[in-house]
Design a protein around this ligand. Structure first.
Ligand code: NAP
Length: 252
């Protein structure tokens, strides 16, 4: 394969990508890799400071303020991207939260917050972006799930349910929109070294690493690579699937 063939297979020139939760961690890494591959990237954060920070990394893309549970902000983001670059052709639903607690102590509001952000937010973002993709007869929708949506994890019934739900949502949608040239896939990270996992103490981290075949936590870039592959021409014939990026900690 020549360099130019490889560039065509993995390049994203002409694509407009929208990445939620791009201010840090995995989302930031995804946004920067899609930018490097030639896409015009719009990355979101919940604060103006976060949006400004990611904007500085996105060249001719932009950083935008978005809380995925806020309908008005969501509509504004879609309108801004449409006006600035045209409808997104790649959507990465990355934003998510945790509210961990054993079920017996779990408050309804912590269940609702996780469902609202991690699942309803994905549905609403996807529905809003789908209009343009259906018209263009092309699109890549990629959801960031989690290994715990497959393996389970005590203290995370809410998060695991939302992440498993994201996979079911994506399979159903893949069947709805495949005929229009749109693929819908999921990337399920294992334990990745970000703010979300920095909350673990050293003993918990060591125990975790002991259960990972590759003997290390993942890096945000490990997840970004799988997302970029699915977004690129190389991923054109993959839909309704989950790619597990977990260093061999859970084998499906
Ligand atoms: P993170 O470091 O906690 O960052 C979360 C991102 O989501 C931030 O950009 C945050 O924005 C944004 N966000 C939070 N609530 C939001 C809301 N209501 N609306 C819009 N954006 C919101 O997370 P991460 O570790 O990079 O995880 C990224 C994705 O990978 C998530 O879907 C997570 O569930 C999944 N995942 C992570 C791991 C892991 O080990 N880290 C493992 C499996 C799956 P602000 O900066 O403005 O707060």
């Amino acid at each position: 394969m020549t360099d130019s063939q490889a560039g065509t297979l993995l390049g994203l020139d002409g694509q407009v990508a929208l990445v939620t939760g791009a201010s840090r961690g995995i989302g930031q890494s995804i946004a920067c890799l899609l930018r490097d591959l030639g896409a015009k990237v719009y990355g979101t954060a919940t604060s103006q400071a976060g949006a400004d920070a990611i904007a500085g990394e996105l060249g001719d893309g932009r950083g935008l303020v978005l809380d995925v549970t806020d309908d008005e902000q969501l509509n504004n983001v879609i309108a801004t991207v449409n006006a600035h670059a045209g409808a997104p052709t790649v959507l990465v639903n990355n934003a998510a939260i945790t509210r961990d607690q054993l079920l017996m102590r779990l408050k309804d509001e912590d269940w609702d917050a996780v469902m609202d952000t991690n699942l309803r937010g994905v549905m609403r973002m996807t529905r809003a972006c789908l209009r343009g993709m259906l018209k263009a007869r092309q699109g890549r929708i990629i959801g960031i799930s989690s290994v715990v949506g497959y393996s389970g994890n005590p203290g995370q019934t809410n998060y695991a349910a939302a992440k498993a739900g994201l996979a079911g949502f994506s399979r159903a949608l893949a069947l709805e929109v495949g005929a229009r040239g749109i693929t819908v896939n999921v990337v399920a990270p294992g334990f990745i070294d970000t703010d979300m996992t920095r909350a673990l103490d050293e003993a918990q981290r060591d125990r975790l690493i002991g259960g990972i075949a590759l003997g290390r936590l993942g890096k945000p870039a490990d997840v970004a690579a799988a997302v970029a592959f699915l977004a690129s021409p190389a991923g054109a014939y993959i839909s309704g699937q989950t790619i597990h990026v977990n260093g061999g900690m859970y084998l499906t």
